[in-house]
Design a binder for this molecule. Sequence first.
Ligand SMILES: Cc1cc2nc3c(=O)[nH]c(=O)nc-3n(C[C@H](O)[C@H](O)[C@H](O)COP(=O)(O)OP(=O)(O)OC[C@H]3O[C@@H](n4cnc5c(N)ncnc54)[C@H](O)[C@@H]3O)c2cc1C
Ligand code: FES
Length: 404
Amino acid sequence: MRSNLDVMSSAALRSTTQRTTTPRAGGLRRSLGERLHKVASAAVTPLEPSDVLDLFNPLRRGAELRARIVAVHAETDDAATIELKPGKDWAGHIPGQYIRIGIDVDGRRQWRAYSLTHGPRPDRHISITVKAVPGGVVSQFLVHQAKPGTLVHLEQAAGEFVLDHTHHKLLFVTAGSGITPVIGMLRNLFPVTDSGVLGLDKLDQRSPSLSRGLDIVVVHLAPSEPQTIFRRNLTELHDSGAVTVIPRYDDVHGVFDVATLAELVPDLAERTTYACGPHGLLDALEAHHAERGLELYTEQFRVGAVEAGEGGTLSIAGQTLELDGATTILDAAEEAGVLMPSGCRMGICMGCILPLREGAVRDLRTGDVTVAVPGETPVAGLPVQTCISAAAGACTIEHKERVR
Ligand SMILES: Cc1cc2nc3c(=O)[nH]c(=O)nc-3n(C[C@H](O)[C@H](O)[C@H](O)COP(=O)(O)OP(=O)(O)OC[C@H]3O[C@@H](n4cnc5c(N)ncnc54)[C@H](O)[C@@H]3O)c2cc1C
Ligand code: FES
């Protein structure tokens, strides 16, 4: 649907592009444009014309970046793929990267990161696959309630978990929803056609630059076969000879032990490993690979916390809160009704930084304590990531945001 304002602006645009570019014509264009803007502003006061354009065409160029949900496909009982049409200013992505999407829940905007599960597509749509975590605010909504037509806030793709094209022998180790960035890479490398996956032999003829002599093994861990996200795709990729998939199901093979990796992948030492899964698995892989001098790239969905400290009293937004040493400042403040800035909630996006004016906070990933002392540390305070910091004694965080 086109609004009058849409029509007016495109009419104005047509008139400008068809005129000759003398200085006088430029002046006329400007005054015509200014008059149209004034008329539009008067018609929509107190809204800005851009607000009205957003109402009718929220995905237009120049609007705040958003995406419209165009389809929701169930993957398993508790996981679904959400297909999105991004706004016109979407800049594209490299397979393996993630996006942050924002949805408003109970009047609060919640931002979460999700890996993209396709390469760039001809229809310009993007997709994410979400596993609903118990009690999860955003994942439960996306998996069980999101409907086609819903608009979500969107940020441009980010992340460095992407393939280095100098590597030819690859090992992917993925667990649960950790398959998502990897399936994005695999679907991009091996297009899925109506007649099945294009294996390396066919790909060589069609697009030698894509296959470039790749040799890929995927060790995928899941609780059970039915709970495996992208099970069909993984089987097709394996059956076509594109990749070798080695599934490991907890209910059949027992809980995976990284010490057995070399038995499953005898030429492990020749491969570069890309891994995505829970932090316990990634920590174990890091130690395993470091000991053997093997190359490893990882992507983590959730922060792994070290032992909690003592906790303390947090002063923020006019509130005084008693915190234990394991609760993040972000969670505690939100729980108390403070509107907090946030993003990934795991220490990567810097979307939650606030100044620590006084006292001490503890980084839950490393155990490091940051101390602000008035008169000694900068007047503006020390920047701390509230999503991974807990109180370590009394502390004051500067934040003027209202309380709900
Ligand atoms: C770079 C990146 C990429 C990601 N890609 C994906 C993806 O492709 N698919 C996907 O499903 N998720 C992905 N995530 C995780 C996602 O961003 C959310 O953390 C997850 O959906 C939970 O959000 P929530 O609002 O439902 O849970 P919250 O309301 O934030 O938390 C509810 C409870 O669940 C726990 N919890 C939070 N996250 C997880 C988790 N990942 N696993 C288990 N328990 C959790 C919390 O500690 C809390 O107790 C990614 C995260 C990052 C940082
Ligand atoms: S919310 Fe992303 S770093 Fe804290």
